[in-house]
Ligand binder design. Sequence first.
Ligand SMILES: Nc1ncnc2c1ncn2[C@@H]1O[C@H](COP(=O)(O)OP(=O)(O)O)[C@@H](O)[C@H]1O
Ligand SMILES: [Mg+2]
Length: 415
Amino acid sequence: MRIAAYNLKKTYESGGAAFGHKVRSINDISLKIREGQIVSLVGENGSGKTTLGLILSLLLRPDSGQIFFDVPDWVINRYEIALLKKDLDSMRELGKDYSALNKSKLGLMDIRKKIGVLFQDVASSVDPRQTVYDIIKEPMVVSKYTDEQIHNRMNELKNDVGIDDDILHRYPHELSDGQKQKIGIARALATNPIFLFLDEPTSNLDPINQRIILDILKKINSKTRASMLITTHNIALANYIAGDIMVMFKGETEEKGPTKEVINNPQHPYTKELTSVAARKANYDILYYERPYNSDVKGCVYHRMCPVSFEICGWTIDEVYLDLKKSFGPLDLPNFKLKIEKGKILLYGVNKDQLVKMINLYKNKIRSFYAIKDIKQEDEHLSIELFDYKEVQMHKVGNAEVKCHLFEEDVSTLF
Ligand SMILES: Nc1ncnc2c1ncn2[C@@H]1O[C@H](COP(=O)(O)OP(=O)(O)O)[C@@H](O)[C@H]1O
Ligand SMILES: [Mg+2]
Protein backbone atom coordinates (compact mmCIF):
# COMPACT_ATOMS: atom_id res chain seq x y z
CA MET A 1 0.00 0.00 0.00
CA ARG A 2 1.38 3.37 -0.97
CA ILE A 3 -0.35 5.38 1.72
CA ALA A 4 -2.65 4.31 4.50
CA ALA A 5 -3.76 6.96 6.93
CA TYR A 6 -6.05 6.50 9.90
CA ASN A 7 -8.08 8.87 12.07
CA LEU A 8 -6.12 11.97 11.19
CA LYS A 9 -6.95 15.10 13.12
CA LYS A 10 -5.60 18.60 12.93
CA THR A 11 -6.74 21.76 14.65
CA TYR A 12 -5.30 25.22 14.20
CA GLU A 13 -5.34 28.03 16.69
CA SER A 14 -7.19 30.85 15.04
CA GLY A 15 -5.84 34.39 15.00
CA GLY A 16 -7.69 37.70 14.89
CA ALA A 17 -10.81 38.37 16.94
CA ALA A 18 -11.24 34.73 17.88
CA PHE A 19 -7.59 34.42 18.89
CA GLY A 20 -6.80 31.21 20.72
CA HIS A 21 -10.00 29.57 19.54
CA LYS A 22 -9.41 26.11 18.09
CA VAL A 23 -10.35 25.71 14.45
CA ARG A 24 -10.97 22.13 13.50
CA SER A 25 -9.33 21.69 10.14
CA ILE A 26 -9.62 17.98 9.58
CA ASN A 27 -11.32 15.51 11.88
CA ASP A 28 -10.99 11.76 11.90
CA ILE A 29 -9.99 11.25 8.28
CA SER A 30 -8.90 7.83 7.05
CA LEU A 31 -7.72 7.21 3.50
CA LYS A 32 -5.79 4.61 1.56
CA ILE A 33 -4.06 5.10 -1.76
CA ARG A 34 -2.70 2.17 -3.71
CA GLU A 35 0.22 2.05 -6.11
CA GLY A 36 -0.74 3.89 -9.30
CA GLN A 37 -4.09 5.00 -7.92
CA ILE A 38 -5.39 8.53 -8.51
CA VAL A 39 -7.68 9.89 -5.82
CA SER A 40 -9.41 13.22 -6.04
CA LEU A 41 -10.38 15.21 -3.00
CA VAL A 42 -13.38 17.40 -3.64
CA GLY A 43 -15.07 19.93 -1.43
CA GLU A 44 -15.60 23.62 -1.15
CA ASN A 45 -13.16 26.14 0.22
CA GLY A 46 -12.11 25.48 3.79
CA SER A 47 -13.14 21.84 3.83
CA GLY A 48 -9.60 20.75 4.73
CA LYS A 49 -8.30 19.46 1.40
CA THR A 50 -4.97 21.26 1.48
CA THR A 51 -4.42 20.41 5.14
CA LEU A 52 -5.03 16.72 4.46
CA GLY A 53 -2.75 16.74 1.39
CA LEU A 54 0.08 18.40 3.31
CA ILE A 55 -0.28 15.91 6.15
CA LEU A 56 -0.18 12.95 3.74
CA SER A 57 2.86 14.53 2.06
CA LEU A 58 4.48 14.58 5.50
CA LEU A 59 4.95 18.33 5.38
CA LEU A 60 2.51 18.96 8.21
CA ARG A 61 2.16 16.85 11.34
CA PRO A 62 -1.32 15.80 12.38
CA ASP A 63 -2.37 16.25 16.02
CA SER A 64 -3.27 12.59 16.09
CA GLY A 65 -3.75 9.65 13.78
CA GLN A 66 -1.44 7.32 11.94
CA ILE A 67 0.23 7.35 8.52
CA PHE A 68 1.95 4.44 6.81
CA PHE A 69 3.91 5.21 3.67
CA ASP A 70 4.83 2.46 1.23
CA VAL A 71 4.68 -0.42 3.70
CA PRO A 72 3.85 -4.08 2.95
CA ASP A 73 0.14 -4.88 2.81
CA TRP A 74 0.36 -7.28 5.76
CA VAL A 75 1.25 -4.35 7.99
CA ILE A 76 -1.90 -2.57 6.87
CA ASN A 77 -4.01 -5.70 7.35
CA ARG A 78 -2.70 -6.22 10.85
CA TYR A 79 -3.14 -2.58 11.75
CA GLU A 80 -6.75 -2.61 10.55
CA ILE A 81 -7.52 -5.74 12.54
CA ALA A 82 -5.97 -4.15 15.62
CA LEU A 83 -7.99 -1.00 14.97
CA LEU A 84 -11.22 -3.02 14.77
CA LYS A 85 -10.42 -4.86 17.96
CA LYS A 86 -9.24 -1.64 19.62
CA ASP A 87 -6.04 -3.54 20.36
CA LEU A 88 -3.97 -0.51 21.33
CA ASP A 89 -0.82 -2.51 22.07
CA SER A 90 -0.62 -3.96 18.55
CA MET A 91 -1.45 -0.58 17.05
CA ARG A 92 1.37 1.02 19.01
CA GLU A 93 3.77 -1.77 18.13
CA LEU A 94 3.07 -1.55 14.37
CA GLY A 95 3.20 2.21 14.58
CA LYS A 96 6.58 2.10 16.25
CA ASP A 97 8.08 -0.05 13.52
CA TYR A 98 6.34 1.22 10.40
CA SER A 99 4.64 4.58 10.89
CA ALA A 100 5.90 7.48 8.80
CA LEU A 101 5.22 9.68 11.82
CA ASN A 102 7.71 7.78 13.97
CA LYS A 103 10.69 8.09 11.66
CA SER A 104 13.94 9.73 12.65
CA LYS A 105 14.85 12.93 10.87
CA LEU A 106 16.92 10.97 8.35
CA GLY A 107 14.25 8.36 7.84
CA LEU A 108 11.72 11.07 7.23
CA MET A 109 13.98 12.77 4.70
CA ASP A 110 14.26 9.47 2.87
CA ILE A 111 10.50 9.21 2.60
CA ARG A 112 10.04 12.85 1.63
CA LYS A 113 12.28 12.29 -1.39
CA LYS A 114 9.64 9.90 -2.66
CA ILE A 115 6.91 12.51 -2.39
CA GLY A 116 6.33 15.27 -4.92
CA VAL A 117 4.14 18.27 -4.18
CA LEU A 118 2.57 20.78 -6.52
CA PHE A 119 1.49 23.70 -4.35
CA GLN A 120 -1.67 25.51 -5.22
CA ASP A 121 0.07 28.76 -6.00
CA VAL A 122 3.11 27.61 -7.95
CA ALA A 123 4.50 31.09 -8.55
CA SER A 124 4.66 31.97 -4.87
CA SER A 125 6.11 28.61 -3.86
CA VAL A 126 9.28 29.15 -5.92
CA ASP A 127 12.05 31.73 -5.81
CA PRO A 128 11.17 34.37 -8.45
CA ARG A 129 14.87 35.07 -9.01
CA GLN A 130 15.55 31.51 -10.12
CA THR A 131 15.32 30.47 -13.75
CA VAL A 132 12.99 27.68 -14.77
CA TYR A 133 16.00 25.41 -15.15
CA ASP A 134 17.18 26.08 -11.59
CA ILE A 135 13.68 25.71 -10.17
CA ILE A 136 13.34 22.24 -11.65
CA LYS A 137 16.91 21.32 -10.77
CA GLU A 138 16.75 22.29 -7.09
CA PRO A 139 15.17 19.11 -5.68
CA MET A 140 17.76 17.04 -7.57
CA VAL A 141 20.56 19.11 -6.06
CA VAL A 142 19.08 18.60 -2.60
CA SER A 143 18.98 14.87 -3.32
CA LYS A 144 22.64 15.01 -4.38
CA TYR A 145 22.19 14.05 -8.04
CA THR A 146 25.37 14.21 -10.11
CA ASP A 147 25.58 16.67 -13.01
CA GLU A 148 25.09 13.84 -15.46
CA GLN A 149 22.03 12.55 -13.59
CA ILE A 150 20.59 16.04 -13.54
CA HIS A 151 21.20 16.44 -17.25
CA ASN A 152 19.51 13.13 -18.08
CA ARG A 153 16.58 13.65 -15.76
CA MET A 154 16.06 17.16 -17.09
CA ASN A 155 15.72 15.77 -20.60
CA GLU A 156 13.21 13.19 -19.46
CA LEU A 157 11.19 15.80 -17.60
CA LYS A 158 11.13 18.17 -20.56
CA ASN A 159 9.80 15.35 -22.64
CA ASP A 160 7.27 13.98 -20.13
CA VAL A 161 5.84 17.34 -19.14
CA GLY A 162 6.19 19.04 -22.51
CA ILE A 163 8.55 21.90 -21.73
CA ASP A 164 10.26 23.71 -24.59
CA ASP A 165 13.99 24.42 -24.36
CA ASP A 166 13.49 28.11 -24.88
CA ILE A 167 11.69 28.64 -21.58
CA LEU A 168 14.32 26.94 -19.43
CA HIS A 169 16.25 30.17 -18.99
CA ARG A 170 13.28 32.37 -18.33
CA TYR A 171 11.94 33.50 -14.96
CA PRO A 172 8.58 32.47 -13.50
CA HIS A 173 6.95 35.89 -14.06
CA GLU A 174 7.66 35.62 -17.78
CA LEU A 175 5.58 32.47 -18.13
CA SER A 176 1.92 31.89 -18.88
CA ASP A 177 -0.22 30.20 -16.23
CA GLY A 178 -0.14 26.93 -18.15
CA GLN A 179 3.65 27.04 -18.43
CA LYS A 180 4.02 27.84 -14.73
CA GLN A 181 1.92 24.84 -13.90
CA LYS A 182 4.11 22.62 -16.09
CA ILE A 183 7.22 23.89 -14.33
CA GLY A 184 5.61 23.14 -10.98
CA ILE A 185 4.81 19.63 -12.14
CA ALA A 186 8.31 19.05 -13.50
CA ARG A 187 9.79 20.20 -10.19
CA ALA A 188 7.42 17.96 -8.22
CA LEU A 189 8.45 15.04 -10.44
CA ALA A 190 12.16 15.80 -10.47
CA THR A 191 13.31 13.07 -8.10
CA ASN A 192 10.95 10.38 -9.37
CA PRO A 193 8.42 10.45 -6.54
CA ILE A 194 6.09 7.53 -6.02
CA PHE A 195 3.41 9.74 -4.51
CA LEU A 196 2.32 13.13 -5.80
CA PHE A 197 0.11 15.62 -4.02
CA LEU A 198 -1.30 18.13 -6.50
CA ASP A 199 -3.22 20.97 -4.88
CA GLU A 200 -5.82 22.37 -7.29
CA PRO A 201 -3.52 21.82 -10.26
CA THR A 202 -5.79 23.48 -12.79
CA SER A 203 -7.86 25.94 -10.78
CA ASN A 204 -6.53 29.08 -12.48
CA LEU A 205 -6.31 27.70 -16.00
CA ASP A 206 -8.59 28.03 -19.00
CA PRO A 207 -10.29 24.83 -20.20
CA ILE A 208 -7.71 24.07 -22.89
CA ASN A 209 -4.79 24.32 -20.48
CA GLN A 210 -6.74 22.40 -17.85
CA ARG A 211 -7.07 19.56 -20.28
CA ILE A 212 -3.38 19.72 -21.23
CA ILE A 213 -2.28 19.56 -17.59
CA LEU A 214 -4.65 16.71 -16.77
CA ASP A 215 -3.44 14.73 -19.76
CA ILE A 216 0.17 15.24 -18.67
CA LEU A 217 -0.72 13.91 -15.22
CA LYS A 218 -2.53 10.94 -16.71
CA LYS A 219 0.46 10.14 -18.92
CA ILE A 220 2.86 10.36 -16.00
CA ASN A 221 0.61 8.18 -13.92
CA SER A 222 0.51 5.41 -16.48
CA LYS A 223 4.23 5.67 -17.20
CA THR A 224 5.52 5.75 -13.62
CA ARG A 225 2.63 4.23 -11.62
CA ALA A 226 3.04 7.11 -9.20
CA SER A 227 0.04 7.45 -6.91
CA MET A 228 -1.65 10.83 -6.92
CA LEU A 229 -3.86 12.84 -4.64
CA ILE A 230 -5.48 15.74 -6.48
CA THR A 231 -7.56 18.36 -4.72
CA THR A 232 -10.19 20.15 -6.69
CA HIS A 233 -13.54 21.83 -6.43
CA ASN A 234 -14.30 20.76 -9.96
CA ILE A 235 -16.26 17.54 -10.24
CA ALA A 236 -15.71 17.17 -13.97
CA LEU A 237 -11.97 17.19 -13.33
CA ALA A 238 -12.31 14.48 -10.70
CA ASN A 239 -14.41 12.48 -13.12
CA TYR A 240 -11.85 12.89 -15.91
CA ILE A 241 -8.73 11.89 -14.05
CA ALA A 242 -9.41 10.07 -10.80
CA GLY A 243 -10.61 6.52 -10.37
CA ASP A 244 -11.59 7.26 -6.80
CA ILE A 245 -13.06 10.28 -5.11
CA MET A 246 -13.36 11.50 -1.57
CA VAL A 247 -15.92 14.19 -0.78
CA MET A 248 -15.04 16.39 2.17
CA PHE A 249 -17.11 18.87 4.10
CA LYS A 250 -15.81 20.92 7.02
CA GLY A 251 -12.90 18.63 7.69
CA GLU A 252 -14.76 15.35 7.46
CA THR A 253 -15.18 12.69 4.81
CA GLU A 254 -18.82 12.57 3.79
CA GLU A 255 -18.54 10.03 1.00
CA LYS A 256 -15.78 8.12 -0.75
CA GLY A 257 -15.60 5.45 -3.39
CA PRO A 258 -15.17 4.84 -7.12
CA THR A 259 -15.59 8.22 -8.86
CA LYS A 260 -18.12 7.04 -11.44
CA GLU A 261 -20.33 5.46 -8.81
CA VAL A 262 -20.20 8.41 -6.43
CA ILE A 263 -20.88 10.99 -9.13
CA ASN A 264 -23.57 9.03 -10.98
CA ASN A 265 -25.28 7.73 -7.87
CA PRO A 266 -24.43 10.03 -4.97
CA GLN A 267 -25.73 8.88 -1.60
CA HIS A 268 -24.79 11.52 0.92
CA PRO A 269 -27.07 14.58 0.91
CA TYR A 270 -24.00 16.79 0.50
CA THR A 271 -22.69 14.82 -2.47
CA LYS A 272 -26.16 15.07 -3.96
CA GLU A 273 -26.04 18.81 -3.52
CA LEU A 274 -22.58 19.04 -5.08
CA THR A 275 -23.42 16.92 -8.06
CA SER A 276 -26.70 18.68 -8.74
CA VAL A 277 -25.02 22.08 -8.55
CA ALA A 278 -22.35 20.73 -10.88
CA ALA A 279 -24.90 19.38 -13.31
CA ARG A 280 -26.64 22.73 -13.48
CA LYS A 281 -23.41 24.62 -14.10
CA ALA A 282 -21.58 24.31 -17.37
CA ASN A 283 -18.10 24.36 -15.85
CA TYR A 284 -19.01 21.93 -13.10
CA ASP A 285 -17.41 24.04 -10.39
CA ILE A 286 -18.49 23.66 -6.82
CA LEU A 287 -19.67 26.99 -5.54
CA TYR A 288 -17.82 28.55 -2.68
CA TYR A 289 -20.57 28.89 -0.14
CA GLU A 290 -20.41 30.95 2.96
CA ARG A 291 -21.89 28.46 5.37
CA PRO A 292 -23.12 29.15 8.83
CA TYR A 293 -20.67 27.05 10.74
CA ASN A 294 -18.52 27.05 13.78
CA SER A 295 -16.02 24.44 14.72
CA ASP A 296 -18.16 23.33 17.64
CA VAL A 297 -20.81 21.79 15.42
CA LYS A 298 -22.07 18.54 16.96
CA GLY A 299 -22.92 15.28 15.25
CA CYS A 300 -22.86 15.35 11.46
CA VAL A 301 -20.98 18.44 10.23
CA TYR A 302 -23.52 18.88 7.45
CA HIS A 303 -26.68 18.71 9.54
CA ARG A 304 -27.43 22.44 9.56
CA MET A 305 -27.41 22.63 5.77
CA CYS A 306 -28.87 19.22 5.09
CA PRO A 307 -32.31 19.18 3.46
CA VAL A 308 -33.14 15.79 4.99
CA SER A 309 -31.59 15.98 8.46
CA PHE A 310 -33.67 14.67 11.32
CA GLU A 311 -33.86 14.06 15.07
CA ILE A 312 -30.45 12.63 15.82
CA CYS A 313 -28.23 14.44 13.31
CA GLY A 314 -26.56 16.77 15.78
CA TRP A 315 -29.07 19.44 16.79
CA THR A 316 -28.17 21.29 19.94
CA ILE A 317 -30.34 23.37 22.17
CA ASP A 318 -28.69 26.58 20.90
CA GLU A 319 -29.54 25.77 17.31
CA VAL A 320 -33.19 25.02 18.09
CA TYR A 321 -33.36 28.13 20.27
CA LEU A 322 -32.10 30.35 17.44
CA ASP A 323 -34.49 28.83 14.91
CA LEU A 324 -37.45 29.30 17.25
CA LYS A 325 -36.42 32.88 17.86
CA LYS A 326 -36.18 33.53 14.13
CA SER A 327 -39.56 31.93 13.48
CA PHE A 328 -41.50 33.68 16.25
CA GLY A 329 -39.72 37.04 15.98
CA PRO A 330 -41.65 38.40 12.98
CA LEU A 331 -44.99 37.59 14.66
CA ASP A 332 -44.45 40.32 17.25
CA LEU A 333 -46.36 38.51 20.00
CA PRO A 334 -46.65 40.98 22.89
CA ASN A 335 -45.47 38.71 25.73
CA PHE A 336 -43.21 36.39 23.76
CA LYS A 337 -40.00 35.42 25.52
CA LEU A 338 -37.55 32.61 25.01
CA LYS A 339 -34.78 31.32 27.22
CA ILE A 340 -32.61 28.30 27.88
CA GLU A 341 -32.69 26.91 31.40
CA LYS A 342 -31.28 23.63 32.70
CA GLY A 343 -30.95 22.07 29.25
CA LYS A 344 -34.46 23.01 28.19
CA ILE A 345 -35.93 25.79 26.10
CA LEU A 346 -38.62 27.77 27.88
CA LEU A 347 -41.15 29.77 25.87
CA TYR A 348 -43.40 32.46 27.29
CA GLY A 349 -46.30 34.21 25.61
CA VAL A 350 -47.35 31.36 23.26
CA ASN A 351 -49.56 28.38 23.87
CA LYS A 352 -48.87 24.80 22.92
CA ASP A 353 -51.26 24.85 19.95
CA GLN A 354 -49.53 27.86 18.44
CA LEU A 355 -46.15 26.25 18.89
CA VAL A 356 -47.18 22.91 17.41
CA LYS A 357 -48.74 24.71 14.45
CA MET A 358 -45.52 26.67 13.91
CA ILE A 359 -43.39 23.57 14.11
CA ASN A 360 -45.53 21.61 11.67
CA LEU A 361 -45.66 24.51 9.25
CA TYR A 362 -41.89 24.91 9.08
CA LYS A 363 -40.53 21.49 9.94
CA ASN A 364 -39.55 20.59 6.41
CA LYS A 365 -37.61 23.80 5.96
CA ILE A 366 -36.32 24.39 9.45
CA ARG A 367 -34.93 20.97 10.10
CA SER A 368 -33.90 21.65 13.71
CA PHE A 369 -37.59 21.44 14.62
CA TYR A 370 -37.32 17.69 14.06
CA ALA A 371 -35.17 17.56 17.18
CA ILE A 372 -38.08 18.66 19.37
CA LYS A 373 -39.07 15.60 21.36
CA ASP A 374 -41.52 16.91 23.88
CA ILE A 375 -43.43 20.09 24.68
CA LYS A 376 -44.83 20.51 28.17
CA GLN A 377 -47.10 23.20 29.49
CA GLU A 378 -45.65 24.32 32.84
CA ASP A 379 -47.32 27.17 34.73
CA GLU A 380 -47.01 30.22 32.54
CA HIS A 381 -44.50 28.79 30.05
CA LEU A 382 -43.86 25.92 27.67
CA SER A 383 -40.84 23.71 28.16
CA ILE A 384 -39.18 22.04 25.19
CA GLU A 385 -37.04 18.94 25.41
CA LEU A 386 -34.86 17.65 22.56
CA PHE A 387 -33.86 14.25 21.25
CA ASP A 388 -30.28 13.28 21.96
CA TYR A 389 -28.08 13.35 18.90
CA LYS A 390 -25.86 10.48 17.81
CA GLU A 391 -22.36 10.60 16.40
CA VAL A 392 -22.44 9.65 12.74
CA GLN A 393 -20.44 6.73 11.31
CA MET A 394 -19.30 5.63 7.88
CA HIS A 395 -21.61 3.10 6.23
CA LYS A 396 -20.90 0.90 3.27
CA VAL A 397 -23.31 1.60 0.39
CA GLY A 398 -22.51 -0.33 -2.79
CA ASN A 399 -18.79 0.18 -3.35
CA ALA A 400 -18.80 3.52 -1.61
CA GLU A 401 -18.71 4.61 2.01
CA VAL A 402 -21.08 7.26 3.25
CA LYS A 403 -21.13 9.13 6.54
CA CYS A 404 -24.83 9.63 7.17
CA HIS A 405 -27.43 8.36 9.66
CA LEU A 406 -29.78 7.60 6.76
CA PHE A 407 -27.76 4.48 6.02
CA GLU A 408 -27.97 2.96 9.46
CA GLU A 409 -29.62 -0.42 9.44
CA ASP A 410 -31.98 0.42 12.25
CA VAL A 411 -32.88 3.84 10.87
CA SER A 412 -36.51 2.83 10.46
CA THR A 413 -36.91 2.52 14.20
CA LEU A 414 -36.06 6.17 14.62
CA PHE A 415 -39.32 7.41 13.17
N1 LIG B 1 -2.21 27.81 8.77
C1 LIG B 1 -3.46 27.86 9.21
N2 LIG B 1 -3.79 28.53 10.35
C2 LIG B 1 -5.06 28.56 10.81
N3 LIG B 1 -6.10 27.98 10.19
C3 LIG B 1 -5.86 27.31 9.05
C4 LIG B 1 -4.53 27.22 8.49
N4 LIG B 1 -4.60 26.48 7.34
C5 LIG B 1 -5.91 26.14 7.20
N5 LIG B 1 -6.66 26.64 8.22
C6 LIG B 1 -8.10 26.42 8.41
O1 LIG B 1 -8.37 25.05 8.29
C7 LIG B 1 -9.54 24.82 7.52
C8 LIG B 1 -9.22 23.97 6.31
O2 LIG B 1 -8.40 24.71 5.42
P1 LIG B 1 -7.76 24.09 4.10
O3 LIG B 1 -7.09 22.82 4.42
O4 LIG B 1 -6.95 25.15 3.47
O5 LIG B 1 -9.07 23.79 3.22
P2 LIG B 1 -9.23 23.71 1.62
O6 LIG B 1 -7.92 23.39 1.02
O7 LIG B 1 -10.26 22.64 1.42
O8 LIG B 1 -9.75 25.05 1.18
C9 LIG B 1 -10.11 26.19 7.20
O9 LIG B 1 -11.06 26.50 8.18
C10 LIG B 1 -8.91 27.09 7.31
O10 LIG B 1 -9.30 28.39 7.66
MG1 LIG C 1 -6.88 24.37 -0.46
